[in-house]
Design a protein around this ligand. Structure first.
Ligand SMILES: [Zn+2]
Length: 138
């Protein structure tokens, strides 16, 4: 019986994949550069983290400007047991927050039981730094 030994340099394989595998016309390496480091790409609207402070005024009609008062966004994410909910919230002058809620039968509203403020958007990976001052004040 002959044994063949193959030595794989994992770093070279990963580098080759990053440089050669293309998704929608870009290599994986280019996507990473774009998403993590390109300031303009990071401003691309994302339903999880888009808000007035990152919005480009040229995206809107003349009579509409996104402000801290009209940019609120909330959506449910993930899965939970019945009567619990995980949501992500942005806008209204607050940093992106992942909210943990429990349904209150007496008030017919969700009670906030916990929250987490990530440094990066869990959807698009954008650095969430437009509310740095508020983060330290809260
Ligand atoms: Zn995002």
């Amino acid at each position: 019986m002959t044994t063949i030994s193959i030595e794989i340099d994992a770093r070279k394989v990963a580098e080759k994949a990053l440089n050669e595998i293309e998704i929608n016309g870009r290599t994986i390496k280019d996507w990473v550069k774009l998403i993590v480091f390109d300031k303009d790409y990071r401003k691309t609207p994302c339903r999880y983290c888009y808000n007035a402070r990152v919005a480009d005024p040229s995206d809107f009609e003349d009579d509409f400007i996104l402000t801290d008062e009209n940019d609120g966004s909330y959506c449910t994410i993930g899965e939970t047991e019945k009567k619990y909910r995980i949501g992500i919230n942005s806008g209204f002058g607050r940093p992106v927050e992942i909210l943990f809620e429990h349904w209150n039968d007496k008030t017919n509203m969700n009670d906030l039981v916990g929250f987490y403020r990530p440094n990066f958007c869990p959807n698009c990976g954008r650095i969430l730094n437009e509310y740095e001052k508020e983060k330290t004040d809260l």
